[in-house]
Design a binder for this molecule. Structure first.
Ligand code: ZN
Length: 213
């Protein structure tokens, strides 16, 4: 896929928010964009060592100037929550064989947080129309590339190795189906927030933060 901004399009049977009002309004046009052909990416499920799979990119995927070359993104949701609360952010090192290893040496787990994975599926992608390149926090906020949709003030996240600003890769909204029945099988990033994924391409380090209200 070329360097662009894409909205993630889920099968309706996998996910369409139940609310027809509020920020995740299921009537919002961003849910209905026409997906591109041949835009299947693997989404959700489990990797290993307690790391949940988010998205696997295909070999030719280009995001905000970075060739992802088949890179796989994933994280541990309990680490994510506790790193987000206590800082610094959660970082992973990606090795060439696709393995992901946590970089934070120590994350004190002060809060139990469910680490059940997102339900596995294939996602499709739609090109973000020009009129939604600066989308507000409403409708379908699951996207890859382009600009992040911030809930609060825009944030930078810097690579723990080189301290350079990391590149925005994708974001996922709360409410997506997970395997945690206790929360009604909906993932929550904080209080109904968004998870943002970034990458330092030089050091092959991903970093995650979330924002919520
Ligand atoms: Zn770096």
């Amino acid at each position: 896929m070329q360097n662009n901004s894409y909205h993630i399009i889920f099968e309706r049977s996998y996910y369409l928010p139940t609310n027809d009002f509020g920020q995740r309004n299921n009537k919002h046009p961003t849910w209905g964009f026409e997906p591109l052909e041949n835009s299947n990416l693997k989404f959700g499920g489990v990797l290993k060592n307690g790391i949940n799979h988010l998205i696997s990119f295909d070999k030719n995927f280009l995001v905000n100037g970075i060739e992802l070359k088949g890179r796989i993104f994933g994280l541990n949701f309990e680490d994510f929550f506790n790193a987000q609360i206590n800082g610094p952010y959660l970082f992973y090192k990606h090795s060439e064989n696709g393995e992901i290893e946590r970089l934070n040496e120590n994350i004190p787990i002060e809060f139990e947080y469910c680490n059940q994975p997102l339900k596995e599926t294939n996602i499709k992608l739609a090109l973000t129309p020009l009129s939604f390149k600066n989308q507000e926090w409403e409708g379908n906020c699951n996207k890859i590339g382009g600009k992040p949709i911030w809930i609060q003030e825009p944030k930078n996240i810097c690579c723990p190795k080189c301290n350079n600003k990391m590149t925005f890769i994708f974001q996922l909204d709360s409410g997506l189906p997970d395997l945690n029945p206790i929360n009604g099988n909906e993932i929550m990033f904080g209080n109904d927030g968004i998870c943002y994924a970034f990458l330092c391409n030089q050091h092959k380090i991903s970093g995650y933060l979330w924002q919520c209200t």
